[in-house]
Design a binder for this molecule. Structure first.
Ligand SMILES: NC(=O)C1=CN([C@@H]2O[C@H](COP(=O)(O)OP(=O)(O)OC[C@H]3O[C@@H](n4cnc5c(N)ncnc54)[C@H](OP(=O)(O)O)[C@@H]3O)[C@@H](O)[C@H]2O)[C@@H](O)CC1
Ligand SMILES: [K+]
Length: 484
């Protein structure tokens, strides 16, 4: 079962190149470029007026259409009676085309933004092609300690719209206004930090299948998949997740996974407890069934029976039984969440793990585990997750304050994470939650996207005192609200 098709269009992220192509298409279909610039400027004006009170405005304009948006915005601000000045890189704009700016153009050397001023950054947007240097760099450097507010048009100048990386230098914007669709660079790395509050305005560009390079995660993509399970009446028809338990003191991580699975909407969860902790596990769980793990054959028996997904890795340890269980889990062909110790068991020979994985698997590494398992995979987070998924032949969920999910279909970027999630055991709960969603016949990329968003949402309104024990209860609340 897949993402909702209409929501996929709305949640699409487009690279600067795809945006330029949409721009060309729209112009070729009869909308003049000046009309698009006009709409972009008008949208910027709307946001500017809603976010800032009247004050002196300096507009920094670059040589391309990002600068053209800035010039047009300048004219609109003059019409609205705002005090403005315009500073252009390179050639000054034609007096004929921009009569409204008469007497307001200043040379670059005069730029001295003061506290309380508003600077519109229209230097570079989607056409940024190299690191920002020279005069443009000097202008952006002056912003750093000026205390002025910054509104960036399309992107903070210097942010690569495809990756979120800084090319040379980029300002810290308070507000960014972009058009048509967000770009991955608005959500990734430094881009996410430098954009401030992001607004996306419709300027009448045509959308076409194949324009997207990634998706911005949102419940409208996958909410219908969760509701599906709730219609089934028998517990095993609603999915049955098996969580492979960890031994002794380590067992708490896997128990958190079992709690995560138990609130996922799956009909049943079985906790397969190593003998050293089976008795204890039997006393702590109520809603989760506990079975003793006599050996990998106990897992095999469940996999051949009623299980519909497996969660393996949290608190499992690196012993021989762990290896046997991992092999049994993967060989079963059931959807599997491979997390924590299951990711690091084979860090010295990852190809052994990769060759056992199948397309129903979801790997959930944090940055440290990712670096150890996918040696040599470098670059921005989106590219790394995609490369890792291609290398291992499974879905990869690369965790962090921004989480990227790559697998079959467009990759998904999840951005509702918060600091409250950075707490011990939170990742174990996530692994269980995704396992529980997988058990409900949801495809791996879709289950990972749903799990990442729900998990983050459960922590979003919480304070720093949130711990992993209390997370499942909050997850249950989020899911119930989503499917009600
Ligand atoms: N499609 C849409 O949605 C719409 C887009 N619109 C707007 O258009 C913007 C895209 O316009 P764009 O393509 O003209 O690119 P833009 O960002 O102005 O920069 C290109 C110029 O900068 C130069 N340059 C690049 N890097 C440089 C550097 N480091 N240092 C110095 N120079 C550098 C580059 O020079 P070149 O590489 O050619 O030598 C070229 O001259 C987009 O962000 C949005 O605001 C709206 O108006 C309407 C609909
Ligand atoms: K800009």
């Amino acid at each position: 079962m897949a993402f909702d098709a209409e929501a996929t269009k709305r949640c699409s992220l487009m690279t600067p190149d795809a945006m330029a192509e949409a721009d060309r298409r729209t112009i070729a279909a009869g909308t003049p470029e000046t009309t698009l610039i006009d709409r972009a400027a008008r949208a910027s004006l709307r946001v500017l007026r809603s976010e800032f009170t009247r004050r002196p405005v300096t507009i920094l304009c670059g040589p391309g259409n990002n600068g053209a948006d800035g010039l047009r915005l300048g004219e609109m601000l003059v019409d609205a009676g705002w005090p403005i000045e315009v500073i252009c890189l390179g050639e000054p704009p034609s007096a004929e085309r921009h009569r409204g700016l008469d007497g307001r153009l200043r040379p670059t050397g005069t730029f001295a933004p003061g506290p309380g001023a508003l600077v519109v950054d229209a230097l570079f947007g989607a056409g940024l092609s190299r690191p920002v240097e020279g005069e443009a760099r000097a202008l952006i450097e002056k912003l750093e300690f000026a205390g002025a507010s910054v509104l960036s048009i399309d992107l903070p100048s210097g942010i690569d719209g495809a990756t979120g990386e800084v090319l040379g230098i980029a300002p810290q914007a308070d507000v960014t206004v972009t058009f048509h669709r967000l770009k991955p660079g608005h959500l990734l790395g430094e881009g996410a930090r430098r954009c401030g509050k992001v607004f996306c305005a419709d300027i009448g560009l045509q959308y076409r299948e194949g324009d997207a390079s990634a998706l911005h995660n949102a419940p409208e993509l996958w909410r219908h998949l969760l509701a599906n399970g709730a219609r089934e009446t028998h517990k095993y028809e609603r999915g049955h997740t098996v969580v492979v338990g960890g031994p002794g003191f380590m067992g708490s991580a896997s128990r958190l996974s079992a709690y995560g699975a138990s609130v996922s909407g799956a009909g049943a969860v079985t906790y397969l407890a190593p003998l050293s902790s089976a008795e204890f596990a039997g006393t702590v769980f109520d809603a989760v069934m506990v079975r003793p793990m006599t050996g990998p054959e106990a897992l095999e028996e469940l996999a051949e029976g009623k299980a519909s997904s497996i969660v393996i890795g949290p608190g499992m340890g690196h012993g021989a039984l762990s290896r046997d269980c991992l092999h049994t889990a993967l060989a079963s062909g059931l959807p599997c969440v491979v997390d924590a110790d299951a990711l690091t068991l084979y860090e010295d020979e990852p190809s052994k793990l990769f060759s056992a994985l199948h397309e129903g698997c979801v790997l959930t590494p944090h940055e440290g585990e990712f670096a150890r398992l996918f040696k040599g995979v470098e670059g921005d987070k989106l590219s790394r997750a995609k490369a890792a998924a291609a290398r291992c032949g499974a879905t990869v969920l690369l965790k962090g304050s921004t989480t990227v999910i790559a697998g079959d279909g467009l990759p998904v970027i999840n951005t509702n994470g918060s600091r409250s999630l950075a707490t011990a055991g939170s990742g174990d709960v996530l692994a269980g939650l995704i396992g529980g969603i997988l058990a409900q016949s949801v495809a791996p990329r879709e289950a990972a996207a749903a799990g990442a968003w729900i998990h983050a949402e459960a922590a979003r309104s919480a304070g720093p005192s949130l711990n992993a024990d209390r997370l499942p209860r909050r997850i249950a609340g989020v899911i119930d609200r989503l499917v009600s």
